[in-house]
Design a protein around this ligand. Structure first.
Ligand code: ATP
Ligand code: MG
Length: 484
């Protein structure tokens, strides 16, 4: 059995007679209740609590001590010093015990309980002893629970912080900074969100971040991929069913809406939702109630919806594949995630991040990376976006012997799509269809080409090298072309 701890009491009482009466009242339980200190005024009580933190569990406080800090003001000061200390107030008969305002103001100040002292002719007890002792035990229990709650709240917060670290969004290019700001902003509200982005851009990661920063963070985050569940099962998956409601329904099954209650439901590939399920989903979003298959009566649910798609949902609406009213319900706030190839140096940051992460995971030293290798990464189009980059890093580490070179990366086993996509040069596109003298056209071309080569190089000297020029010539030509 759990060992019962001693309950330490600080008694604030200025009449010797009442000090004795309190001592006698609790004396039956001197194995549990210990009057550690007795003081006769409020200041002395505060000093003691300040000098001996975490010492007193319960303060028994006479309401009418003479002069100085007392009453509600003293109660509040004690609670400010140590919010876990529980305070029991004892008052003289002269105070009308049926006075509701009096009791209320004590409780508001932070007292746990109060009682009216017995008349002076009763020398044995200050109050009916069983009640008095019980309220001390209860006060102590309350202190313990409040402490425990604080500790478990701290642990939960720690868990959330760990999760956020695991789900960290890497990258500080302008669009990613903007994205992170939006996440902070939208997490504070409870509106539905539609995330749009190509495959592997981080849609689920963004949804996780919104959830973990929202007030729903201690509740469930439930992802469901609407594209991977057969159409006829999706409704029972989302809304649940009762046992026997159809062949194969051998047990009651809660729907994901119920599981996500008070939390977040992530509807991935939402464009794949069959039209019949769309109707039902719309109704849930409108009414906040679900109809379980085979059950009469509705169930209230409160789940935040974050939907994601790599399709243009507005087009799907135009083509009659997605309900317009549902589209507006989901798309209260749109978030667009840009493809990886447009994030510039984030590519390198992500590459290094995954390099450290997987090296540690595989228990190897992170390999060194050649400058030219980085340039290939910057030039590559990343059709599979961050997910592809992640896989590339894993493959590289497995094949690495301590250093990653340009040759390693351009190996087709590593970058499977390593064909630098040739943007078809279309003169009409490039120069607005003008026909210019060759000299002017050459200049335009040079400006464009110089800018392009610089954009994919780590430094000007590396750009010069790519163009087969001495750096000094490169600078001169940039100047002539008016490129800063
Ligand atoms: N900015 C980022 N920082 C760190 N990791 C990222 C980032 N973006 C994506 N990832 C990681 O890349 C992988 C793919 O991301 P995620 O699953 O969120 O993408 P998605 O858009 O949902 O992809 P799909 O369309 O394939 O479902 C995950 O492992 C994710 O943690
Ligand atoms: Mg996804």
């Amino acid at each position: 059995m759990e060992k019962k701890e001693l309950i330490n009491i600080l008694l604030v009482e200025d009449e010797e007679f009442d000090v004795l009466r309190v001592r006698r009242t609790v004396s039956y339980y001197d194995n549990r209740i210990k009057i550690l200190d007795v003081v006769s005024n409020g200041r002395a009580a505060l000093e003691l609590i300040k000098d001996h933190p975490d010492t007193y569990d319960v303060v028994i406080l006479d309401y009418q001590i003479s002069g100085g800090l007392k009453g509600e003001e003293l109660i509040t000061s004690i609670k400010n010093l140590d919010p876990f200390i529980q305070i029991i107030v004892i008052t003289k008969m002269t105070i009308n015990i049926t006075n509701y305002d009096f009791a209320n103001s004590l409780m508001r100040a932070g007292a746990y309980w109060y009682c009216t002292k017995y008349p002076g002719n009763i020398e044995e007890y200050i109050y009916q002893p069983t009640d008095f002792i019980l309220s001390i035990f209860n006060a102590y229990e309350k202190k313990r629970l409040e402490r425990y709650k604080l500790r478990s709240d701290k642990k939960l917060t720690q868990n959330i912080e760990n999760l956020l670290e695991m789900k960290k969004i890497i990258g500080d290019s302008e669009p990613m900074k903007q994205l992170k700001e939006n996440i902070e902003k939208y997490a504070k509200s409870d509106v539905n969100i539609l995330i749009n982005g190509a495959s592997g851009t981080g849609k689920e990661l963004v949804a996780w971040n919104i959830h973990l920063k929202s007030k729903r963070k201690y509740e469930n985050f439930i992802p469901i991929n609407c594209g991977s569940i057969p159409g006829e099962l999706i409704e029972s998956e989302l809304f649940g069913h009762e046992k026997g409601s159809f062949t194969g329904a051998t047990a009651n099954k809660p729907g994901l809406f119920e599981v996500a209650n008070h939390g977040t439901l992530f509807l991935d590939e939402v464009a794949e939702l069959p039209l019949s399920a769309q109707v039902k989903l719309l109704r849930v979003l409108q009414d906040g109630e679900i109809e379980k298959i085979g059950r009469t009566g509705k169930i209230n649910v409160d789940a935040r919806i974050i939907a994601a798609t790599n399709k243009n949902l507005a087009n799907e609406v135009m083509n009659g594949k997605f309900r317009e009213d549902l589209y507006y319900r989901l798309n209260v706030v749109p978030i667009d995630i840009i493809p990886l190839r447009k994030r510039g140096n984030d590519i390198i940051q992500l590459f290094n991040h995954f390099l450290d992460y997987f090296s540690e995971d595989m228990n190897v030293e992170p390999p060194k990376v050649d400058e030219q290798a980085y340039e290939i990464l910057l030039n590559y189009k990343w059709p599979g976006n961050v997910r592809e980059l992640r896989n590339v890093v894993q493959r590289l580490i497995i094949n690495s012997n301590g250093i990653i070179t340009a040759k390693d990366i351009s190996n087709p086993m590593i970058l499977r799509n390593h064909i630098i996509v040739k943007e078809e040069t279309n003169f009409e596109d490039l120069y607005q269809g003008q026909v210019l003298p060759l000299k002017d056209m050459e200049k335009l071309f040079r400006i464009k080409y110089f800018k392009y080569v610089r954009s994919i190089s780590n430094s000007d000297s590396s750009a010069a090298e790519k163009l087969g020029m001495a750096p000094s010539n490169f600078y001169r030509m940039c100047k002539e072309l008016g490129i800063k």
